[in-house]
Design a protein around this ligand. Structure first.
Ligand code: GLP
Length: 260
């Protein structure tokens, strides 16, 4: 696992967008998995700027990490609507270049399995962007999710519903209890997994992810098993890392030609 400590969220966004740009230049039809929440927004802003500057993303494909169950189709806070608004439209892509699970499906369990298969049929995810919950969740894999889990329905913890209530008029009652999320085993199949964490409220989760034991209690710690996982953190989110100086030194000494 590579840990990169950046000065602020914008620098993290720029670093990750640059890695995506390199990937797309090498593989124009790359499948890029996107996360929702506030944290990845600087990545999408930086990537949109690169497109305005001439980066060709016309063949890029986008896939969703997770989705709320039961929000009506077109609800502005469904992750489908969010990804279209924050990623697909700003990059000038069509909705046909985008796949995600249908949170309104009558048979949610079957929909989750079908989405897991759709990712494989699409050739697998080349680059998966992740945020992290304050409880260490990735996607919506809450603590004690199986580290081998596949895409499936999950029930959100109260903490996650409280954290996400800000997207629902600060009303926890409007936050769905159930979600479809790529499983941890599914996420680990992406060729490159990049987690961005910013802000002091993520410091404990980051420390447990990077320096704690591999544990289902901290789902993001599963990234320790991935051969190409990158954790990008700002100074505030890095505050709990015992090896911060080592991470800074190794990144500073990295050859300039080598991307994350
Ligand atoms: C939700 C999403 C996660 C995201 C998390 C953190 O739970 N399912 O993918 O990482 O929120 O969101 P934020 O970046 O806003 O803190």
């Amino acid at each position: 696992m590579e840990i990169v400590i950046v000065p602020d969220a914008a620098a993290g966004g720029e670093l990750i967008a640059s890695a995506i740009a390199e990937l797309v230049t090498r593989k124009p039809d790359a499948l890029v998995g996107v996360a929702t929440g506030s944290t990845p927004l600087p990545i999408y802003t930086a990537l949109t700027a690169k497109v305005a500057g001439g980066l060709d993303v016309t063949r890029v494909r986008i896939c969703q990490l997770d989705e709320y169950v039961g929000l009506p189709a077109g609800h502005p806070e469904s992750y489908r609507s969010t990804v279209i608004r924050q990623v697909v439209e700003p990059l000038g892509l069509s909705e046909g270049s985008f796949i995600g699970p249908d949170g309104t499906a009558a048979d949610v369990a079957a929909e989750a399995i079908a989405y897991d298969h759709a990712l494989a049929e699409a050739g697998g995810v080349d680059f998966q962007i992740l945020g992290i919950g304050t409880d260490g969740h990735i996607g919506f894999n809450e603590p004690c999710s199986s580290l081998a889990s596949r895409t499936r329905i999950k029930t959100l913890t109260d903490q996650t519903r409280i954290d996400n209530a800000r997207f629902f008029e600060d009303d926890i009652e409007q936050v769905p209890h159930h979600v479809i999320t790529q499983g941890i085993g599914t996420i680990l199949e992406a060729r490159h997994v990049v987690l961005l964490a910013t802000g002091a409220n993520k410091a404990d989760a980051v420390a447990a992810t990077v320096e704690g034991p591999l544990s289902a209690l901290v789902p993001a710690s599963a990234l320790q098993l991935h051969p190409h996982a990158t954790v990008v953190v700002d100074e505030a989110a890095a505050a709990g890392l015992k090896l911060a100086d080592y991470f800074r030194a190794t990144y500073a000494a990295k050859p300039s030609w080598q991307s994350i």
